[in-house]
Structures are given as structure tokens and as C-alpha cells.
Design a protein around this ligand. Structure first.
Ligand code: AMP
Length: 288
């Protein structure tokens, strides 16, 4: 596996792959790799001639300076892991390499898609995401790019970005990989102490609680039930629980004639803010 830190070098390498007729799979990450990332890398390695992984903790998408400063950085360990999953190139640039001058950021607008949930609570977050994803897509020129359902709103934003800017690539989304107790794997989980780690699965439990109530209780009652449950778990502070349309991510007030919903949650546990979601096919929900 080749490790590339320079923009000029990744451009050359990508050019060579493209001229050689190789298909390129791309997995953008912020590192501190876990099974959720590895699933995407393995899929890419299977479906493409060449797999490129980027590790870049992107400063422009953090709206909380402490979160950026304390985000886990484990590049040596990540490099070793990547060698085991068929990754061909690791692109790990410095912030100065990616953002050479202090320039005003481009302003993206995603309309209603960014007015809810993460977009509403993390001002500027998706603008930073769209900026880095656009830059990386230009540098890596992938045929396929792999993202996780764990960041459902990010997938929707990137899908719109690809469509609006006519990026010539296929977006591939894989389901959320979880720990045995249901906690969605996340690089930020490493910042939880033992006690916090014990209560972190309550986000997933809240989602499952809501799932069990769908079509049996009105949306408002389900929301109140989830809020009451999380309030009962000491050490967890709920930011939002939302029942949303999976493609527009707008709130669903009545699920009567709805086929599928996304149940989305964000909560603070100790020093970190965690998010999670599940998709529920309402045709499979049994009403008793
Ligand atoms: P990150 O390094 O957190 O920016 O994540 C890089 C990619 O991995 C994103 O597309 C995430 O959605 C995806 N990802 C992160 N955690 C998981 C997980 N538990 N399951 C599946 N995909 C994930």
C-alpha cells in the first residue's frame, strides 16, 4: 500500500490509474478506523480495481473547536489496518496541503435538507463536508464512493452534491456496523470512559423503543416516550429524536400512509456527541 501526503502526488497516481483503465473505489474517512470503515473498504476492494482511502480530520466541518482538537488521531494504527483490507493507496494530507491559503469557504446551499437535525444543530457543518468531499472527489476522481448509513444526513447531502455538480461517480451506501450491545461504531466512542460506554447504547435502545411503537402510537406520543426514556438514563442528554422521511429528511407527523421512515437521534454522552439512526420499513411493522 502506498501512503501519499501530497496533492500533486495523488493527482499523478489517479491519472495513471485512469489512463490504465482501472476503476477507482474511494472511501473518505477521518481515521481512527473501526469495523464500520473496514466494511466500506472491503466492499470497495471487491468492486473496483483500485481502492483509495483518505484520512483527513477536516477542520472546516467542525463547529466545536474542542471536538476538532480532541478528535482521535491514530494514523500509524490505521495504516496497518488498511493493509489488511485490500486498500491500495492511503491519502493522508495535512490541513495546510488541503487548504493552502486562508480563503473564504465556498458557500453551498442544500435547502430544506440542511435545515433539520445535524444541519440545524451544527451550523456550517455540511458546508465543510460539501467542501472537503468536492475537493476529494476532484483529486481522487473515483468511479464509486463509499459512505455509511450511520451518517444518514451526510449521505443525503453528498447525494445532492453529486447530482447538482454532476460528479461522474456512483454513490454507494452501506448499513451501520454496531457493537454487540447495539452502539453504533464511531471513532468518537474511544473518548468514552467505562461508565459512559455502558450508557451509550441507550441511543440505539431509544430507536428500537420508537420502532416498536410505530403505527401503534401517534408520532407525538412516540417522541415523548423516547424523550422520557433517555431522560431516565443518567449521564445522557438528548438533543433530538426525529421521525423523518428517509430521502428528504423532513419530519413525518403521521405515518399512516408512509412506506418507510428514518428514526434519527443525537445525544451527548460525557465528552462526546453521538448520533445514530435506523430505517424502518413500515410495511413490515405488525399492527396489533
Ligand atoms: P468518519 O471517519 O466518521 O468521517 O466516517 C467515514 C465514513 O465511514 C462515513 O461514510 C461514515 O458514515 C462511515 N461510518 C462511520 N461509522 C460507521 C458505522 N458504524 N457503520 C457504517 N459506516 C460508518
Amino acid at each position: 500500500m502506498e501512503v501519499i501526503k501530497q496533492v500533486s502526488t495523488i493527482r499523478q497516481r489517479v491519472q495513471a490509474f485512469r489512463c490504465g483503465g482501472k476503476s477507482i473505489g474511494f472511501v473518505p474517512t477521518m481515521g481512527a478506523l473501526h469495523e464500520g470503515h473496514l466494511q466500506l473498504l472491503q466492499a470497495s476492494a471487491q468492486e473496483n480495481d483500485v481502492t483509495i482511502c483518505s484520512i483527513f480530520v477536516n477542520p472546516t466541518q467542525f463547529n466545536n473547536p474542542d471536538d476538532y482538537k480532541l478528535y482521535p488521531r491514530t494514523l500509524d494504527q490505521d495504516t496497518e489496518l488498511l493493509k489488511t483490507v485490500g486498500c491500495d493507496v492511503l491519502f493522508a494530507p495535512s490541513p495546510e496541503e488541503v487548504y493552502p491559503q486562508q480563503q473564504p469557504l465556498l458557500q453551498f446551499s442544500f435547502g430544506a435538507l440542511e435545515d433539520v437535525m445535524e444541519g440545524e444543530r451544527r451550523p456550517g457543518h455540511f458546508n465543510g463536508v460539501a467542501t472537503i468531499v468536492s475537493k476529494l472527489f476532484h483529486l481522487v476522481q473515483p468511479h464509486r464512493a463509499y459512505f455509511g448509513q450511520k451518517d444518514l444526513q451526510q449521505v443525503a447531502i453528498v447525494r445532492q452534491l453529486v447530482h447538482t455538480l454532476s460528479f461522474d461517480l456512483e454513490l454507494v451506501c452501506y448499513p451501520t456496523v454496531r457493537e454487540e450491545d447495539g452502539l453504533a461504531m464511531s471513532s468518537r466512542n474511544t473518548r468514552l470512559n467505562e461508565e459512559q460506554r455502558q450508557i451509550a447504547p441507550s441511543l440505539y435502545k431509544g430507536l428500537k423503543l420508537a420502532e416498536a411503537q410505530l403505527r401503534k402510537q401517534p408520532v407525538a406520543v412516540i417522541k415523548a416516550t423516547v424523550a422520557a426514556y433517555l431522560e431516565s438514563v443518567e449521564g445522557v442528554e438528548l438533543e433530538y429524536f426525529e421521525i423523518a422521511d428517509p430521502s428528504t429528511l423532513q419530519p413525518v407527523e403521521d405515518v399512516t400512509n408512509v412506506q418507510e421512515v428514518a428514526l434519527c437521534i443525537a445525544a451527548v454522552v460525557g465528552p462526546v456527541r453521538l448520533i445514530d439512526n435506523i430505517l424502518v420499513n413500515l410495511n413490515e411493522v405488525q399492527v396489533v
